[in-house]
Design a protein around this ligand. Structure first.
Ligand code: HAM
Length: 413
């Protein structure tokens, strides 16, 4: 066989995790796992490959994930299988397969690993990406919804990540069908003006029209009926109670009655954690209640709730934050200032990441070493600075140079 010399690259939308990224990745998993364990979750690992029917029956045949994005194939044993596009379905399959629905009780599991969606790759949107998720079975109490939200908040807080929490209730089999009927009636009056995808959704899953990203559709939908005004009394009182618990615990949220989520299994509470620092793919975590999913997969009715964090998107934010931290380079311009430079470095290191160059060098040489080390601030001291009690500062990002009082530099954080 003739062997090709062409180098082989990773597939589009898939990437290796190495060096600084892999350090961050394992650091995230370690700490998110510890937090989940504190909340009583234990680790579960399910296969990457599952029967395609599992996702059709859970994520839903009308969802984009199942419709357009599955890595689906027939294996050598003629089985219709696919790489998991998300983690919830596999965990529910395990729950039903092990007859835990019949045994009763409460189960809390966390997982992490690769998920696959054949999407159009862009910043923050990969074809192979990683999620950290948690799933709870057997707790039909809105305090658990709050608990899950607090757990995600604790993970995001641990990594110093700011977010907006968007919250909605998708009702239940009592109130959702009536709402859908009203929505279809309303939308039908202008359906010709909606995009092709929305017209398809009108037939398959009309509530997905609400979160269509096409601007002209959004404009048409402004006066659509809101699910939060159509909830039955049980869903409404749960939603009010959830808001009350979040308020009491100082967790801010925004009600977004267009938040329907891209997976069909949700009822009642649905939420997303959004960041405004990572561009258009801004959802860092999402989840909600899925009280009927166990039944959809052939089990006995069991309450369920969970979430998943997109690890790549979250780590992008950790990196942005890290980049914002100063890394100061301190050096001397002549031998008479070496002692002072050393003393300044000791002071600065108390609050800021600091590098000290022991040998005296010219400005240019210091700048090039600092650049190689990825320092963003260069602080240099020479005979003149020593005499005037000042220090020379250059910001390598903005290229700004100035001499400031040494005292001012030492108190700056
Ligand atoms: P999801 O909203 O589809 O929910 O995904 C959760 C998170 O995974 C998103 O918020 C996002 O951060 C990340 N994510 C999704 N697609 C991509 C992609 N193509 N590239 C990079 N990151 C991505 C679920 O998957 C549900 N299973 C969550 C859940 C668990 N609900 C209940 N339990």
């Amino acid at each position: 066989m003739q062997s090709s010399t062409k180098t082989i690259q990773s597939l589009r939308g898939m990437k290796d995790i190495v060096n600084e990224d892999s350090i961050l990745f394992t650091y995230f998993i370690e700490n998110a796992s510890k937090i989940a364990e504190k909340y009583g979750f234990s680790y579960i690992e399910t296969p990457l490959l599952e029967e395609t029917a599992l996702f059709k029956r859970s994520v839903g045949e009308s969802s984009d994930i199942v419709n357009k994005e599955m890595y689906q194939f027939i294996d050598k044993g003629e089985n219709d299988v696919c790489l998991r596009p998300e983690g919830t379905a596999g965990v529910v399959r395990h729950f039903v397969e092990k007859k835990l629905d019949r045994a009763g009780g409460i189960y809390r599991w966390f997982y992490y690993g690769a998920m696959f969606r054949y999407e159009r790759p862009q910043k923050g949107r990969l074809r192979e990406f990683h999620q950290f998720g948690c799933e709870v079975f057997g707790v039909n109490n809105v305090y658990e919804d709050a608990n899950i939200i607090m757990l995600i908040k604790e993970i995001l807080d641990f990594f110093g990540i700011g977010f907006t929490l968007k919250l909605n209730s998708l009702g239940c089999i009592e109130c959702m069908p009536k709402y859908k009927e009203n929505l279809i009636k309303h939308i039908s009056t202008f359906k010709d003006k909606l995009c092709d995808d929305c017209n398809k959704r009108l037939l398959t899953n009309p509530i997905r029209i609400l979160d269509c990203k096409v601007e002209s559709c959004q404009k048409l939908l402004i006066n659509s009926p809101k699910i939060t005004n159509s909830l039955c009394s049980s869903c409404n009182s749960d939603f009010e109670k959830l808001k009350e618990i979040l308020n009491f615990n100082n967790i801010s949220y925004e009600i977004d009655s267009n938040l329907v989520r891209g997976l069909d299994y949700y009822n009642k509470t649905a939420f997303e954690f959004i960041s405004n620092e990572i561009g258009s793919q801004s959802a860092i975590a999402g989840g909600g209640r899925y009280d009927r999913l166990v039944e959809f997969l052939g089990g006995k009715s069991t309450a369920g709730i969970g979430f998943a964090i997109g690890i790549e998107r979250l780590l992008e934010l950790v990196k942005i934050k890290k980049q914002k931290e100063d890394f100061i380079y301190i050096g001397s311009l002549d031998e008479s200032s070496q002692n002072k430079a050393f003393e300044i470095a000791i002071q600065k290191r108390k609050n800021t990441k600091t590098y000290i160059e022991y040998s005296s060098r010219s400005f240019g040489k210091h700048f090039s070493i600092a650049e190689k080390l990825n320092c963003n601030i260069v602080a240099l001291i020479g005979e003149n600075e020593l005499k005037n009690n000042t220090i020379f500062i250059k910001n390598l990002d903005t290229k700004e140079e100035k001499n400031i009082a040494l005292e001012e530099f030492l108190v700056e954080k």
